[in-house]
Design a protein around this ligand. Structure first.
Ligand code: 13P
Ligand code: SF4
Length: 304
């Protein structure tokens, strides 16, 4: 009722609590949600995700009211670089092109040339002329993945990490593979284990046809379309709800059952209702900052 009264749309990330996923109008990965925010006709966007996602939605669609049901839904990865740190890096490397993962603040995006998500990071970097020096920030594991996939040596990588994905360790993944030797292994490129997975793949120690490095949206597509029946999932565990719902006959095993993002889990049904009823918490980016942050986000939406 409040949703209709506000003419609102509910966008939710694949890591949200199951009950939030079940009420979402659009459920997806970071890129899909940014695209949905850019094209919605609703007056109000209730963003069931984390702060940088709601901020990105507001930058893309400033005439809409964007609500984040809990202001404490932050992101340890976005916190791993500040605008001041980036300014200082740029002073030392004035020619470099800055590619910022979407998991960053509006201030950091405003100092960047391109944004990307895990589903189009490789395409974004490939679109930049080969002779240009690049800074990829802030995730070191996604940066290492992009460097390997593009084969470029002129990429500097910021040493940031998401504490949830960094906590998915290679030894844990190995143990789960030993218990489920026939399962397909799906790894998010933010994972601590993604770098070792790439090395093992290159050395032939992981089966190339059964190891896949994918965004959360890519993982959902893969599990739905694959004929395999067992999957090891190396990312935040919230995504298993959607996989199980869409594929009740298949089996999904978390590489690390403790990989739970405390920020994503801040959003509850009660907080969504309060957000709609009280029109809280409004996420807005002031005009000058918005204009500067929008260019790299527009490039991200256009590529991949
Ligand atoms: P994607 O959904 O784009 O794969 O991103 C994962 C993530 O950690 C978002 O915070
Ligand atoms: Fe940030 Fe990691 Fe949580 Fe994603 S899973 S919102 S990157 S802390």
């Amino acid at each position: 009722m409040w949703k209709a009264r506000r003419n609102a749309v509910i966008l939710a990330h694949n890591y949200e609590l199951p009950e939030i996923q079940d009420i979402a109008d659009v459920l997806g990965d970071s890129l899909a949600l940014a695209r949905a925010a850019a094209r919605t006709n609703a007056d109000v966007i209730v963003f069931c995700g984390v702060h940088f996602m709601a901020e990105t939605a507001s930058i893309l669609n400033p005439e809409k009211t964007v609500l984040l049901p809990d202001l404490e839904a932050g992101c340890s990865l976005a916190d791993s670089i500040t605008a001041e740190q980036l300014k200082s890096w740029k002073r030392d490397h004035p020619e470099a092109i800055v590619v910022a993962y979407v998991n960053t603040t509006a201030e950091v995006k405003a100092l960047s040339d391109y944004c990307c998500t895990s589903s189009n990071a490789v395409d974004v970097v490939q679109s930049i002329p080969e002779d240009k020096e690049i800074l990829f920030l802030p995730d070191m594991f996604l940066g290492a993945y992009v460097k390997r996939m593009t084969g470029r040596n002129n990429i500097h990588i910021w040493m940031g990490e998401c504490h949830v994905h960094a906590g998915i360790q290679p030894q844990q993944v190995d143990a789960v593979i030993n218990q489920h030797p026939r399962a397909e292994l799906l790894v998010h490129p933010e994972c601590g284990c993604s770098t070792s997975s790439m090395h093992l793949l290159a050395e032939g120690q992981l089966p190339t046809n059964r190891t896949h490095i994918l965004s959360t949206g890519g993982m959902l597509d893969f599990t739905t379309h694959s004929t395999a029946t067992e999957f090891i999932i190396a990312t935040e565990t919230g995504i298993l709800h959607q996989m199980e719902k869409a594929n009740p006959q298949k089996r999904f095993v978390a590489a690390n059952p403790n990989a739970v993002c405390p920020f994503m889990k801040k959003i509850t049904l009660q907080k969504v209702l309060d957000a709609l009823r009280n029109m809280q918490h409004v996420i807005q980016v002031q005009d000058e900052l918005r204009a500067r942050a929008k260019t790299p986000i527009d490039r991200m939406i256009a590529i991949g």
